[in-house]
Write a protein that binds this ligand. Structure first.
Ligand code: SF4
Length: 289
């Protein structure tokens, strides 16, 4: 069986940076304990379990906002994930004497800053993102003039009087969904001003998948079911390259029956997937030969 290892794949610069800050905190005895990560450092169970073994607490509940989670923390040091956060949450922690290490990705911060600027200029903002995702939360809660759009249904039910509309998006949005939502917005609000904020890491992973996934019989995306960018890779593989595609958490999810009649398999992974997980899936496929 031919195995195509799609690159780039796996951890992005923002995730590397965040994990490096966590490791530095673990190894620095002067960092006050307990060390708590506000939400999952990356949406990957293996990474979170590994940090738990090193004594780091991950405080996560998808039904709660970051502020509600932060209010549960009494002392020690809090690490903010690469997904970013409302600045008010950081201030509220610091006011209560809790140390904060901010691992927000600079690409996320740039989008947040851009939205703030446009709000100050009098725009309403249409933010294309995923409901409940921490990155989207850190932008949508900036103002009630930021409107979250996750689908055309959301757009259809929207009614805005302000003629100054600024449209931007979550950094990990799908290039395909972005294109179709932007064209729908252009029809409904023709004077909208657009800024595409998909980050380079996300774009390069999605474009590489489209480029190298041609003619394969099966595509495996290694990623966690909660990883937005991994799920977007699955959608792109299915919809843009019409390839049978599975999202697999690790090699343990693979079964020989998945490969019946498969001559060529491609493998990629989301920006939150450690390389060792992807490599073990690649090794499994090669060993099937
Ligand atoms: S996916 Fe992009 S925005 Fe998100 S952490 Fe990685 S580099 Fe930053």
């Amino acid at each position: 069986m031919n195995v195509i290892e799609i690159r780039p794949r796996g951890f992005c610069p923002g995730v590397y940076h965040a994990i490096q800050l966590v490791e530095e905190a673990i190894n620095n005895p002067q960092v006050r304990r307990p060390i708590t990560i506000l939400g999952m450092i990356v949406h990957n169970r293996h990474v979170v379990d590994d940090l738990a073994r090193k004594g780091v607490v991950t405080l996560d509940d998808p039904t709660k906002t970051r502020q509600e989670l932060a209010d549960q923390i009494q002392d020690g040091t809090v690490i903010i994930t690469a997904h970013g956060i409302l600045p008010e949450v950081i201030s509220s922690l610091q006011k209560r004497g809790i140390d904060v290490i901010d691992a927000s990705c600079r690409d996320v911060l740039r989008t947040q800053q851009l939205v703030k600027q446009k709000l100050e200029e009098g725009f309403d903002v249409l933010y294309l993102g995923k409901e409940g995702h921490p990155e989207a939360e850190s932008v949508v809660l900036l103002s009630d003039k930021v409107h979250l759009i996750s689908s055309e249904t959301d757009l259809n039910s929207l009614s805005i009087k302000n003629h100054n509309l600024f449209v931007t998006n979550q950094t990990t949005f799908s290039i395909r969904d972005l294109a179709s939502l932007r064209s729908a917005i252009s029809i409904k609000y023709p004077k909208s001003v657009f800024s595409d904020e998909i980050c380079d890491a996300t774009r390069m992973r999605q474009e590489a998948l489209i480029k190298y996934n041609q003619g394969v019989d099966l595509c495996l995306i290694v990623g966690d079911p909660r990883s937005n960018n991994s799920k977007n890779l699955v959608k792109i593989s299915e919809q843009e390259t019409h390839t049978l595609t599975y999202l697999v958490g690790s090699v343990e999810d693979l079964k020989p029956s998945m490969f019946e009649g498969v001559q060529t398999v491609s493998v990629s992974s989301g920006a939150s997937t450690p390389n060792y997980l992807t490599q073990s899936v690649i090794d499994y496929c090669r060993n099937l030969n």
